[in-house]
Design a protein around this ligand. Structure first.
Ligand code: INI
Length: 158
């Protein structure tokens, strides 16, 4: 049996971070956590790009473009807070479905670092507060998944 596990290495890999401006107090902390994680794992500053989009709804569009342009992984960061939006389900659902689709269409890891919480406080707890930083976790998932994919041969013709 051969077992594949991803390594948590950022050196030599290119990462695009796509971040929602909506709820920027929260998403800025997610971004800081993700960048801190990638730096801790050896990323080269020249291999990082950060792209801001208006809201979580726009994350998939930019992520799809970034994934197709040669990054090893794309990290989507956002915060959809139920208490502040009547269309919570639509925004959160479309972000999740679109991010999934971007990964499927490109074969590039597109990571779902989007908080979906009932309250602003819960979002703060998960962006560097008492429940850790989901941005850091998203960066870990990006490195791990990129590493797993690298251990499979590319599809014929791909
Ligand atoms: N975008 C978010 O990222 N989080 C939210 O909580 C949110 N709310 O509350 O509506 C939100 N809305 C904006 C949306 O993502 C789009 O940017 C907008 O609808 C334009 O397409």
């Amino acid at each position: 049996m051969r077992e594949i596990r991803g390594e948590f290495l950022a050196r030599g890999r290119r990462f695009a971070l796509v971040v929602s401006r909506f709820n920027e107090i929260v998403t800025g902390k997610l971004l800081a956590g993700a960048i801190e994680c990638l730096r801790a794992h050896g990323v080269d500053e020249d291999d990082l790009v950060v792209a801001w989009v208006p809201g979580a709804f726009e994350l998939p569009t930019a992520a799809r473009r970034a994934a197709a342009s040669g990054y090893d992984a794309v990290i989507c960061l956002g915060a959809v807070i139920r208490g502040e939006t009547a269309h919570f389900e639509h925004v959160a659902g479309q972000a999740a479905n679109g991010i999934r689709a971007a990964a499927d269409e490109t074969g590039v890891p597109v990571i779902f670092g989007v908080l979906t919480t009932d309250t602003f406080e819960q979002a703060m707890d998960r962006s560097g507060g008492k429940h850790g930083n989901k941005g850091w976790d998203a960066a870990m998932a990006a490195m791990e998944t990129a590493s797993v994919l690298e251990q499979f041969p590319k599809e014929a013709g791909g």
